[in-house]
Structure formats: C-alpha cells, structure tokens
Design a protein around this ligand. Structure first.
Ligand code: NAD
Length: 259
C-alpha cells in the first residue's frame, strides 16, 4: 500500500485546532505517530483536547529556541521525524493605509518566519535519514489575494517562494518540499460560517464546487503529498480550493447557463 504511515513520525504545527487538528487526527488514523505543536493545549478557544496517543508539544513557531526544543522533544520521544507540516498561521486583515505595522510583522513572524524556523530545525534530521517531506500551508491568497489582505497575501506568497527554494536545496537528500493553497474552510480564523447568508452566498459563488471546503479535503491532499506516491512532486504549489475562480463567474454553471 502506498499510503501507510506505519512507523513514520509526522509533526504538525498549529495542530491544536482547525485544519491542523483535522490533520493530526487524519495522520494518526493512517497509522502515523503524530506530534502536534501549538501555543497551548488544550486549545484556549475551543477547550477540547486532542485524542489519546497524540504527542502534544507546546511551541511558539516564531521563537527559534522554542522551535529547537520542540523538535528535540519529538526526536527524543520517537527517535525519528519523517514529515513536517507547517500548518500554523494567522490571518491579519486591514487596508495598507490603516494597518498597524506591528500586525504586518506578526503575519510575517508566524506565517513566514515560523515556516523557516521549523524547516531549518528538521533539515539535519531529514538529511541524515536520506528522506523527508516538508509541506507548507500557503493559501489561495498567494494566488489571488483579497482586498485588505496585503499582509496575509504577501506572507503566503512568501511561503510559496520559500517552498521552491527549499525544494531545490534539499533535492539531493531525497527530501520533497511542497506548498498547498486551500480556499475557504470555516474555522476560528475567518468566521465564514457565521456570516449572513447573502455574504456566504457571494463567497460560495466564487467556487466551481460551490461548497465550503472541509479540513478533510486538505487532509486527503496532505496524506498523498506525504506518501511514497508523491515521491516525484517537489517545489509545487497545489491548489486545493474547490476551483476558486477556475473560470470567470463559476456561479453561472449553477444558474443553468452552462448548457
Ligand atoms: P486556526 O486559527 O483555526 O488554527 C491555526 C492554529 O495555528 C491554531 O491552533 C493556533 O494556535 C496556531 N498558531 C498560531 N500562531 C502560532 C504560533 N506562533 N506558534 C504555534 N502555533 C500557532 O486556522 P486554520 O483555518 O485552521 O488555518 C490553518 C492554516 O491554513 C493557516 O496557515 C492558514 O493560513 C491556512 N489557510 C486556511 C484557510 C481557511 O479557509 N481556513 C485558507 C487558506 C489557508
């Protein structure tokens, strides 16, 4: 079987809630040993803990020392590290004219510096093993950004270029590095599901598949990218957005105009 993570160790940043939590549960269900890294456990917003068997490690991805200690802890517990998912991220909104520079910086600290620090920490382990997978959360905002998303969109575009460079640097060690671009998954980060119906409808109208994305839609892709089946894919940005703006005005197909 190509997708079976028995004996492999998967580290997921921001694994305490949202998409990260779904990734933690999914990789565990696929027989991986999983370490979830996050600012606090249980998640302060939802208060729910992770299932038994998951290693929960407190880590601030913007802090080099915290990242080094977390990766050291993973290796101490499991003796190896095969897959790193750089999922932790924050959304920062505000027009360029009004955005506080401190908030701009926080977007780049978590979304870019965090990806850099965690990647840097796992490289020696993966090089020594002669294999590895690094998978980075970009966003559809790295492809087509929204108004008010200068900080978020620019930080996620930076993740894409970082991914390409790292893929080039790590190719000789059989380590693949890829990024993915989800579209719209209702989570604490965006509150899509709490918006008035008309606002939800306007957003859904941008999607060819016209439904909110589920965390498992991302988990399906990431299990593939982390598996042997994706061994020849590196330096890619994979769009997992349900066909957001795949065509102009995708909602026309739902209005019976597509023939
Ligand atoms: P979320 O807010 O529900 O979860 C983010 C997680 O990251 C939280 O558990 C949070 O505690 C953690 N985190 C934040 N700062 C951290 C830090 N400094 N150190 C360690 N952990 C930290 O968000 P989500 O919607 O699950 O998003 C997960 C990832 O997917 C993010 O990178 C986000 O940009 C990306 N993404 C989400 C969507 C979407 O529609 N939800 C779309 C595109 C991309």
């Amino acid at each position: 079987m190509l997708i079976d993570f028995t004996g492999q160790v998967v580290v997921i940043s921001g694994g305490g809630r949202g998409i990260g939590r779904a990734l933690v549960e999914r990789f565990a269900a696929e027989n991986a040993q999983v370490a979830a890294l996050d600012l606090a456990f249980p998640d302060p917003l939802h208060g729910d803990g992770l299932p038994d068997g998951i290693a929960t490690i407190t880590c601030d991805v913007t802090d080099a020392e915290s990242v080094r200690a977390a990766i050291k802890d993973v290796v101490k517990r499991f003796g190896r590290l095969d897959v790193l998912v750089n999922n932790a991220g924050i959304n920062v909104e505000g027009t360029v004219e009004t955005l506080d520079p401190a908030r701009w910086k926080s977007a780049f600290d978590v979304n870019v510096l965090g990806v850099f620090l965690l990647s840097q920490a796992v490289i020696p382990i993966m090089k020594a093993a002669g294999h590895g997978r690094i998978i980075n959360a970009a966003s559809f905002a790295a492809i087509i950004p929204s108004i008010g998303a200068a900080a978020y969109g620019a930080s996620k575009a930076a993740v894409v270029q970082f991914t390409r460079v790292l893929a080039g640097e790590l190719g000789p060690w059989n380590i693949t590095v890829n990024a993915y671009a989800p579209g719209m998954i209702p989570t604490a980060m965006n509150g899509f599901a709490e918006m008035p119906e008309a606002a939800q409808s306007r957003l859904l109208d941008t999607l060819s598949l016209r439904r909110w994305e589920k965390p498992d839609d991302v988990a399906d892709l990431l299990c593939f990218l982390a598996s042997d089946a994706a061994g020849y894919i590196t330096g890619a940005l994979i769009d997992v957005s349900g066909g957001k703006f795949a065509t102009q005005i995708p909602s026309r197909a739902y209005e019976g105009l597509a023939g």
